[in-house]
Design a protein around this ligand. Structure first.
Ligand SMILES: NC(=O)C1=CN([C@@H]2O[C@H](COP(=O)(O)OP(=O)(O)OC[C@H]3O[C@@H](n4cnc5c(N)ncnc54)[C@H](O)[C@@H]3O)[C@@H](O)[C@H]2O)C=CC1
Ligand SMILES: C[N+](C)(C)CC(=O)CC(=O)[O-]
Length: 487
């Protein structure tokens, strides 16, 4: 059954949450009194639709339904979880909770607050145990971190339930073990922000120079190793102890002005805003958001490739969603082509003609055949034992078009098989339409010897059972055809 989340406050952060829930298949019910809220959320959603699916290697869930409501009462009906993202004013947040808890007693409320502790937010509530902090980072639809911070009034179950909801939408819940203002991320960022303001105020650097110092250097390191792992490496072979011995004394040197806060006045605002306009004013905000998103997708893809940091979260989320599709594949012989793979045309699969690029048809065949090999017992364990199937010949026919977001299914029919080979006919289906067929000959090889040999008795028995099931099927139209022009 489709799950439902309520978003109260549809600004920068509420819009990002709405996109993350929707693209992960949840229905989303929004309340925001701003008449522009619907337009703004749709603008965020358009950017998110381009970015989030580009991180996925398995089909995205079917997008949930987005609805806008005139009252908090309506917006929270039938909802399993509320993400509150109204402006950072504690009285406003508490007023919203009172209305939510009256309309839907027992509903779990996560707050996006950047700094209020859960115990502050819970004050005066009849059900404080159902209010917790789930603090995200912008853009919420791409960055996985959600700082989950409860008070002693929250039960362990509530904390875990919140964390699980975050995981369900592909996030990384970092449960904060001790209640503090601003949690971990913002406590850290606030220190950096103060130092940057001091450098501007003292005329040491411009906004642009400070940004270059970050993005040309340590910012790149932080995104993949954080602070401590980075410094451990900086200690050389002696690691962290050597690093501490070398740089520990600097803690007492006047490197930072952390204890002091620059006076916040119009002069400071003008200084920062004018320099920022000069630095980045040539771009519109939505344009900057798209540039940021594309860069983040590239970084995150690189991390995913290495199964490292935030990239590991992406892989785990893919694996959880892939399990749903695996449950919809065939697991036993039958007298029909077997459904082996479910795919979705993702942004990186599109070519300059605006449709699925040709190499992805080969990929779609590989996904289908690899799943088939796992089914007959020739998966990765078998390969680790030194035997595998290699493809010897492949013929792809393009019969239709697949466009961004299309959902594809790969079916396989075994045309012939013996102990040393099989000839397969894969249909790449979009609904009932066959968009491509891929005919292939695969040979069973001894990988060390580099030659064709008979498959193990178990693998051959499984393959034979499927081939016998398909023996009565007609030779598919197009099978055995050579490449050529019709006369
Ligand atoms: N902007 C950021 O970088 C981040 C902000 N946050 C937190 O997220 C929350 C929201 O911040 P932003 O989205 O940046 O602010 P925003 O100003 O973009 O959006 C706030 C939204 O709340 C709406 N609102 C005001 N009163 C309301 C009410 N009674 N009911 C429903 N909606 C109401 C406003 O109309 C507005 O659309 C804050 O608690 C903030 O600290 C958390 C992480 C990052
Ligand atoms: C500036 N901010 C305090 C609202 C930032 C955050 O809360 C997290 C972020 O996205 O940097």
């Amino acid at each position: 059954m489709t799950r439902t989340a309520t978003i109260i406050g549809g600004g920068v952060i509420g819009g990002g949450w709405a996109a993350r829930f929707l693209l992960n298949g949840w229905n989303v019910q929004v309340f925001d009194p701003d008449p522009q809220a619907e337009r703004k959320i749709n603008a965020v959603l358009s950017n998110a639709r381009l970015a989030l699916p580009a991180l996925s290697d398995v089909p995205m869930p079917v997008e949930g339904k987005l609805s806008f409501h005139d009252t908090i009462f309506d917006a929270v009906q039938g909802s399993e979880y509320v993400q509150e993202s109204v402006s950072e004013r504690i009285e406003l947040k508490k007023k919203v909770y009172a209305q939510l808890q009256q309309a839907n007693p027992g509903v779990l409320i996560g707050s996006s607050t950047s700094g209020f502790k859960a115990s502050d937010l819970q004050e005066g509530s009849p059900a404080p145990e159902n209010i917790i902090v789930a603090h995200p980072f912008n853009p919420v639809y791409l960055l996985p971190l959600s700082e989950v911070s409860g008070s002693p009034r929250n039960t362990t179950e509530t904390v875990e339930r919140t964390a699980q909801i975050m995981r369900d939408i592909g996030m990384y819940p970092l449960v904060i073990r001790k209640e503090i203002d601003a949690f971990i991320g913002n406590r850290f960022l606030e220190a950096v922000w103060r130092e940057a303001l001091w450098m501007l105020k003292d005329g040491i650097a411009t906004t642009s120079e400070i940004d270059e110092a970050i993005r040309m250097g340590f910012g790149l390191r932080w995104g993949q190793m954080g602070l401590f792992e980075t410094y451990r490496v900086a200690g050389g072979e002696a690691g962290m102890r050597h690093f501490m011995a070398q740089f520990g004394p600097a803690l007492k040197w006047p490197w930072t002005k952390l204890m002091d806060v620059p006076e916040f006045n119009d002069e400071l605002v003008d200084l920062v805003a004018n320099q920022s306009d000069a630095q980045s004013g040539a771009y519109g905000i939505r344009e900057l958001e798209r540039i940021r998103d594309q860069n983040l997708v590239g970084f995150l893809r690189a991390l995913k490739e290495r199964n490292w940091g935030a990239g590991k979260v992406l892989r785990d989320h893919d694996a959880a969603r892939a399990a749903v599709f695996h449950a919809q594949t065939d697991t036993a012989p039958k007298a029909e082509p077997l459904t082996m793979a479910h795919m979705q045309v993702l942004p990186g699969w599109i070519d300059y003609n605006g449709h699925m690029t040709e190499s992805r048809y080969y990929f779609a065949n590989s996904e289908t055949v690899d799943a088939f090999l796992r089914l007959i017992g020739a998966g990765m364990d078998y390969v680790a034992g030194g035997h595998s199937y290699y493809s010897a010949e492949t013929h792809i026919r393009h019969l239709g078009e697949a466009k961004l977001g299309d959902r594809l299914v790969g079916t396989i029919q075994i045309i012939s098989a013996d102990e040393k080979r099989f000839r397969s006919f894969v249909r790449i289906m979009k609904g009932d339409e066959v968009v491509a067929t891929v005919e292939q000959l695969c040979l069973h090889v001894d990988m060390a010897a580099g030659k064709t040999v008979a498959a193990s008795p178990e693998v051959w028995a499984n393959l034979k059972a499927i081939a016998e099931g398909h023996a009565g099927l007609a030779l598919p139209e197009g099978a055995g055809r050579a490449v050529g022009q019709k006369k």
